[in-house]
Design a protein around this ligand. Structure first.
Ligand SMILES: Cc1cc2nc3c(=O)[nH]c(=O)nc-3n(C[C@H](O)[C@H](O)[C@H](O)COP(=O)(O)OP(=O)(O)OC[C@H]3O[C@@H](n4cnc5c(N)ncnc54)[C@H](O)[C@@H]3O)c2cc1C
Length: 473
């Protein structure tokens, strides 16, 4: 995690010379036209705020549960404008930001969480197939790679722990992992089968938007909710375009400033940055191997995630996770040349055989980091309003689970999901500013030091671990 401090790499890299400052997934002729904003006051049974994955799944699943329900989605910008259209497209079964985080925070219910997570991923795939959503979904599995010997040892230990929980994993030595994806930096790897799909996230969001509209959901884009008010039996959402009075409200606003003040201490908006290359030539593809097309992540505290796209590009993101002082979210932060240059340099260290490849797109997006790194839930206004937030960097798959939990909470139904400690519990809140920025700076320095010293966590990180506090992306 990094704040706005000085970056020592030069802010340019020759491979970035022609890159457009644009989100690859959103730069697509298939992008649907905008939907009209709210026009005057209206009412509905269920109002959903936010047209990212959480809001869209919530609205779609609400209509699946009860087709006659009158559902309205209001979105400040356009569908998939925020994290849902800007991510790496790793759609994971994990509801807990990965196995290790799940094991450390929810050991007693990890088996249940893993089963629900796999069911959730299967259901996403079934929806995509049944409704012909052309989002290039491929269930490739995940390849965790070690780029330091200590990481390779940790992956061997992780493989053993995962097998206890029934994971289908292959622990790979340096030779075996390089036979999968050719990088001279790899010291070992772990191929986790069956639990990760890669997809085009914007296409998935647009597909869900279509399903919602076909089911009769009204979606108003360009409609920012500016306030929430209790109106007796109902909840009123205010906007510049009119008021929406709803029997129930689902807040799915992710990293944006929460409409409920009580939520603000729990969420930290953290910027994550991404590059996409031009399509690789056939010879370049042969030089990297990657025949099984897995999603790849390296194993440091500061990590990269990378993958092939359906048209043979490489998406490469992560490493710097930037918290701007005061938690500022602004379009100006979508581009960060120094981070792009650093990412490009690290890309060619990983794949020196691709020297000469150009990047075509650079962008950033905001992650809703919470101290436990996975989604949390709650209700307000006498349970007429429910919220889901805090996915950190792994919400593409978990957002469907989030949408379902929102509906469970709003209906008052007791389900296997609502019985989970993970659903009932909350993360530890972050301290207020200016302490928050100081804590982040200290943590960032400690995490970088741990990566340089065989993963050894210093006193500060061990203290945070004991308090259940942390930062991740
Ligand atoms: C660069 C990047 C890479 C990532 N990579 C991955 C990955 O590979 N795999 C993975 O699982 N996760 C990844 N994530 C995280 C993942 O994208 C998110 O967890 C997920 O998209 C969250 O979906 P959401 O619907 O909750 O939020 P969002 O997609 O952020 O949607 C929230 C919506 O609410 C709207 N909104 C906010 N406030 C208001 C308001 N007041 N009124 C009206 N509308 C409002 C916003 O405009 C936005 O459209 C990544 C995130 C980023 C930024």
């Amino acid at each position: 995690m990094e704040d706005t401090g000085a970056v020592t790499v030069p802010p340019h890299h020759p491979a970035l010379r022609d890159a457009a400052p644009a989100v690859f997934w959103l730069d697509d002729p298939a992008a649907p036209p905008p939907l009209p904003h709210l026009a005057g006051n209206t009412t509905c049974d269920l109002a959903v705020v936010g047209a990212g994955f959480t809001g869209l799944w919530c609205a779609y699943l609400a209509k699946q549960r009860q087709p006659s329900l009158d559902v309205v989605v209001v979105e400040a910008r356009h569908t998939a404008a925020a994290a849902s259209g800007r991510n790496g497209g790793f759609c994971d079964a994990s509801l807990t930001h990965g196995f290790a985080n799940g094991l450390s925070r929810f050991p007693g219910e990890l088996t249940t969480l893993d089963r629900l997570g796999l069911d959730n991923l299967d259901a996403i795939e079934a929806t995509v197939r049944k409704h012909g959503i052309s989002c290039d979904m491929e269930r490739t599995g995940m390849l965790d790679v070690a780029v330091e010997p200590w990481q390779a040892e940790e992956l061997v230990e992780a493989a053993a722990a995962m097998r206890v929980y029934g994971y289908d994993v292959d622990a790979l030595d340096a030779g075996a992992v390089r036979a999968q994806v050719r990088s001279p930096t790899y010291e070992g790897g772990l191929w986790i089968h069956g639990r990760t799909a890669l997809l085009n996230p914007a296409r998935l969001a647009w597909g869900l938007r279509r399903l919602c509209l076909e089911a009769g959901v009204r979606i108003h884009e360009g409609t920012a909710v500016t306030g929430v008010q209790d109106s007796g039996e109902r909840v009123t959402l205010r906007s510049a375009h009119g008021e929406l009075v709803a029997r129930r409200v689902a807040l799915a606003t992710n990293a944006d400033r929460p409409l409920l003040a009580r939520l603000r201490p729990f969420i930290l908006p953290v910027y994550d940055y991404v590059l996409v290359s031009e399509p690789l030539t056939a010879a370049q593809l042969v030089s990297v191997g990657w025949a099984n097309r897995q999603g790849v992540g390296d194993s440091g505290n500061q990590f990269h995630y990378y993958r092939l796209t359906s048209d043979g590009r490489i998406l490469w993101g992560g490493y710097d996770a930037v918290y701007y002082n005061g938690g500022l979210i602004t379009a100006g932060h979508d581009q960060r040349p120094a981070t792009f240059a650093r990412l490009a340099g690290q890309f060619f260290e990983t794949f020196p055989q691709l020297e000469g490849l150009r990047f075509t797109h650079t962008w950033g997006g905001v992650i809703d980091t919470c101290a436990r790194f996975c989604v949390f839930f709650g209700t307000a206004h006498r349970a007429r309003l429910a919220y889901a937030a805090g996915y950190t960097g792994l919400g593409v798959g978990a957002s469907r689970f989030g949408g379902n939990v929102l509906l469970d909470l709003l209906s008052g139904e007791q389900t296997e999901r609502t019985a989970l400690g993970m659903v009932a519990g909350k993360p530890v809140p972050f301290p207020p500013e200016p302490l928050r920025s100081a804590v982040i700076q200290l943590t960032r320095a400690s995490l970088a030091r741990a990566d340089r010293h065989e993963g050894r966590r210093d006193l500060w990180l061990r203290t945070l671990d004991r308090l259940g506090l942390g930062f991740d992306s």
